[in-house]
Design a protein around this ligand. Structure first.
Ligand SMILES: Cc1ncc(COP(=O)(O)O)c(C=O)c1O
Length: 325
């Protein structure tokens, strides 16, 4: 199927074994799919989705991208950088109040000249009203709204097509991993992987740890995205039969809040493997994966793939949690 796509990410990203850590932990060999390397500044999973989302926006003649997320949203940062690269205006609707210090992703949002509005939790619930307000600020521009995390029927293509790349990775390394593990935050990465694993015959179970909300929320959200996807693209794939595995129980103190153990895991992976996870998504999910390896959940496979979805800039505003001033 020929879906409009523009080239934004540096692909393919490497698939690498974490030999030191795997030997230390015991259990299956852990591989890491380096989607933190899709770019330097626009890096992470969102870039794969934006290849399709922004192509659609351009096809619809948009010259203003409006999107939404937390104050330290990786998705907003990626979108803002992509917009600048393409000569588009970008405006971000960020949930929360303006922080005293501009740091991490937010610093980059400002550097690339994105417009920013901070909205309260309450106001955020009425997203149509928020978007209408932003549009009024740019009467001369034609706006395209990208939902949180670019998780919709179009964004799904990013990780559907990532599965073609994973299939080549598995052939190259001569492995048949039983599981592909990731963080789930708005559902689009997991949803895309589920469809892609089926379409490209990966033979791996897609398992994701939710970093916010709960299992039911993601089961519903991903099913809704599947329905919209089939309605729009009419592929004929029966998505109702596809399993959605969300492992709940690792959100901890809340979205974007991590426990001391998670910061320890980030330090351990950094020290042993030279790979930087983040406290909001990948560190939480990686830590959860290690717990589940210990419990024997993945004992039926020799190889397991952790999808590194990026997020490095989220470490900087949380430097205190690592013990730095
Ligand atoms: C670094 C990182 N990893 C994982 C996720 C989760 O991906 P998704 O929103 O597609 O569920 C996000 C965004 O939400 C993210 O920024």
């Amino acid at each position: 199927m020929d879906i409009p796509r523009i080239e934004l990410a540096r692909l393919p990203t490497p698939l690498e074994p974490l030999d030191s850590l795997s030997a230390h932990i015991g259990g299956p060999r852990i591989w890491i799919k380096r989607d933190d390397l899709t770019d330097t500044t626009a890096s992470g999973n969102k870039l794969r989705k934006l290849e399709f989302t922004v192509a659609r926006a351009l096809a619809e003649q948009a010259d203003l991208l409006i999107t939404v997320g937390g104050v330290q949203s990786n998705h907003c940062r990626s979108t803002a950088i992509v917009a600048s690269k393409l000569g588009l205006k970008c405006h971000l609707i960020l949930r929360g109040s303006a922080p005293e210090e501009v740091d991490g992703n937010l610093l980059l949002d400002h550097l690339v000249g994105a417009g920013v509005s901070f909205v309260s939790n309450e106001k955020y619930q009425d997203m149509d009203a928020c978007v209408a307000e932003v549009k009024q600020q740019y009467p001369e521009l034609s706006a395209y709204f990208i939902p949180v995390g670019a998780s919709d029927e179009t964004g799904l293509w990013g990780y559907i097509e990532c599965c073609a790349e994973l299939r080549n990775d598995f052939l190259e390394h001569n492995i048949s991993p039983g599981y592909i593990v990731s963080a789930t935050g708005s559902g689009g990465t997991q949803g895309g992987l589920i469809i892609g694993a089926e379409h490209y015959y990966l033979g791996a179970n897609i398992v994701a740890f939710n970093v916010c909300d709960d299992e039911n929320y993601f089961l519903n959200k991903i099913r809704e995205d599947f329905d919209l996807w089939e309605k729009r693209y009419k592929t004929g794939l029966d998505t109702t039969k596809l399993p959605i595995n969300v492992i709940d129980g690792y959100v901890g103190p809340g979205y974007a809040k991590a426990t001391a153990e998670i910061f320890d895991t980030i330090k351990q992976v950094a020290t042993m493997e030279g790979i930087i996870l983040d406290p909001v998504y990948t560190g939480k999910a990686f830590h959860a994966m290690l717990q589940e390896i210990n419990k024997g959940r993945f004992a039926d496979t020799d190889d397991i793939v952790f999808l590194h979805t990026g997020g490095i800039f989220g470490n900087f505003p949380q430097r205190n949690e690592f013990g730095f001033p």
